[in-house]
Structure formats: structure tokens, C-alpha cells
Design a protein around this ligand. Sequence first.
Ligand SMILES: Cc1ncc(COP(=O)(O)O)c(C=O)c1O
Length: 453
Amino acid sequence: MVGGAGSVPMLRTDDNAIISSVVGSALIFGEAARPGAGFSVAMQLYFDHNATTPVAPEVLEAMLPFLREEYGNASSIHRFGQRARAAVERARAQAAALIHCQPTELVVTSGGTEADNLAILGTVRASAQAAKHVITSTIEHPAVLRTCQVLEKEGVAVTYLKVDFNGFLDPEQVRRALRPETVLVTIMHANNEIGTVQRLEEIAAIAREAGVLFHTDAVQSTGKIPVDVKRLGADLLSLSAHKFYGPKGTGALYVRKGVSLHPILFGGHDERELRPGTTNVAGVVGLGAAAQLAAESLEAEGPRLSALRDRLEAQVLARVEDSGVNGPRVGYRDGRFWRVPNTTNLYFDFIESEALVISLDLKGIACSAGAACSSGAVEPSHVLAPHRSATQIDLPSRSISTALVAPHVRPSGILKWFSTVVYGLGRSLTGVTACAWARIPNPAKIVRTSRAT
Ligand SMILES: Cc1ncc(COP(=O)(O)O)c(C=O)c1O
């Protein structure tokens, strides 16, 4: 499919190729396909959908009129305003349908971070109690962790619960952490790095029994697995459009009817005064369109992506020595997801993760070594650190996480590149070149082992 010569690695559509056709999220840049481009072709495969997703064509179509002719302010009373308002309310209903709540229970925000901030600061500050306590986990996104730190500075006590080796929180830990002054439990639904899906129904039931509000950051689960606020038992739930093929900078907070919340922004009367500011009409329309797309495709996409992800993992593990998976290996079992279907977090012992990410990028494969907001940092992931075994702690940060949503990706293709890159890196780190190719031995390990003995 893609031709041309040059130094940039190319992928072909033969048995080992990654892509047989390209739709949606697998992106290709075919520079040489342009007549006279004069340089080589680079195929870009995007495996970083937990950082963000491309905007789906249908979503863009829905948004475009509101970036062009339909520019009215949704709070204006003339017809421009009314059309914008109608579009916002239609989109709110679409987003509400995805998580099974009433449209009036959704507060539109600028994304997941703002939704998390509003949920946590808003509920805790609305509590009339003198002493306040919040329960959360150590593997939350910084949008939750940093907000809890802000509360600590305001005198609120916060308990950070640890998770097990696979990233699961035992609901009984929440019960044991409860205090008479606990006002909020906030536990994420799916983790952005390893994909672990928490047993939220049980956690929410424990909070409810104790009369404590329960918030969940569902930014990485909404649009990927079924999310039903009633079934989960959530009082508050954060979601973000750009994680499921909607635009960046748009999200929502579900606030169960009857939950009282203080705003964190002050200004006009928008969003029932919980979120003042002129409504981002095009963004909200994009959120609604993406929510509708997700609702329509959820049932079929989950099993399809799980199968692709599982094949990739099995083959990488079989072929690349000293590789493994961080987090749970199980996907869907006993009627529920234990890991979001699009996510894998692979580790390669003795290989430095930043170097691996850069090398894969040079091969045209885009993936992450941690959350997008922190992948520029050298410190180990706060999610993965507790997962390391004693023999591994001296190793540099060494895992990459990749979110597979590419519809036509063939694991055999990407496997070839993972193997080649891991091998090449190990070799360049150590100078060892004599390795068999049947199963990729890790040259870095050979050197370490021989030095140790
Ligand atoms: C679990 C989780 N929560 C919150 C956020 C923040 O969402 P947003 O980028 O919409 O602010 C992210 C983004 O990566 C996330 O993964």
C-alpha cells in the first residue's frame, strides 16, 4: 500500500504488515504518495488512545456548523441563541444516554480535569461538617490526587489507599478507612496506565451504607465499556469527550439529583451556576455526537478490541524475552470487564522505557511510557511503582503502555516491530550482537547476567 525508498522504516501490506486498510484511528502519513514529494514514506501507527483519540468524522461533521454559521451564544434569547441552546440540550441528552442518567444531572465542563476538581472540591466544600475526611487511592489520575492535596492544605484529612499487584482496590479497605467525618470516597473506574477496572458497585455500596458521597473518575472507561451510573451506584462521575473520539476540552460531571455542590468557578448563570462561562457549543455538540457513536458501537467494540489486545500480548510475551504485562491479564469475565479492552501495559526488563518509546516512534509506532501529562518526566509512574518486584527496582522505568483502538491492526505486524526495536535497543546498550532471531533474546540481560556471575 505504501511505497517509496529512504531511511524511514516502511511497512508493507503483506502477511507481516500491520495494516490492511485504514479507517478511524490508525493514521498513515504517505508523503511519497504525493507526486514529487521527494522523500520517504513513513507510516504512522497511533497506539496512544488513552492519551487522546482522533475526532471521529461524524463528530467533526456534527460540530462544524457550530464553528461556522451557528455561532450564537446558547444563553442569548434570539434565534441564534435558541438554535445553539437546542443543540447543547440535544448533545446533553446524548451524553446522558451513554451513562444512563437524566440530562439535567449532567454539568458540562472543560474536560475530565475540571469535572474531577468540581466533584471533589465542590462536594467537600459544600459539606457543613467541621472535620472532613476524604478516601481515595494512590493510582488516581493527578486531576484527583492534586485536588486532594489542595484539600489537605485546607485542613481536610485524606486517606490514600494502596492497590494490589494488578491495580485492584479491595472494597473492604474502603470500609476500614471510613471515619465518622468522611464526606467523600473518590475512586477511579478504569486506570489510564494499566486499564484495571475497579469493583465500583461494591465500593459505592459501602460508601452509601455509611452515608458518604461516592465519586468516580470514569474518564478512561466511558465510551469503552458500559457505564451506568445507577448500576455503579455513583453520586458523581467524571467523563471526557477526547477519550472516545470527541473533541479535546469538553467533558461532563454527572451529579446525582439531590447532591449539593459548590461551584469552583464564579461568573454567570450557565450550567445552573455550577459551571459559569459561555458554553462551548461546538465542543458540547462534539461530546454528544461522540457519546452517541460510543453507545452504538460499545457492544461490538469491546470483544473485538479485547481479542486484538490479547493476541498482541500473547505474541509479544512469547517472542520477546523478559517481557511481561503490568496489570490484570483478564479482560471480560463473570459478566464484567476487569480491564478496559483497548489497553495493554507491556514491560521489557533491562530496556529503558523512554528509549523504547522513541525507537518505536522512529519505526512509526506511537505509544506511551506513562500518562500523557507525565510522560516527559523521568520519575517512575506512580501507578506502576508499587507493582515492581524486589529484583526489578534497580531497573529504569521500563514499561510502555499502549492503547489499542486501531480497527485494522494485525498483532503479527506490530509484534515484528516490537521485537526488532527491543532487540536493537538491548544491542545498542550493550554491544552484544550474537543473538538468535527465533525468540528474541535480550542482549542487555546477557551482559547483566554474565557480569553478575
Ligand atoms: C483517568 C483520567 N482522569 C482524568 C483525566 C483528565 O482528563 P482531561 O484530559 O479531559 O482533562 C485523564 C486524562 O488523561 C485521565 O486519564
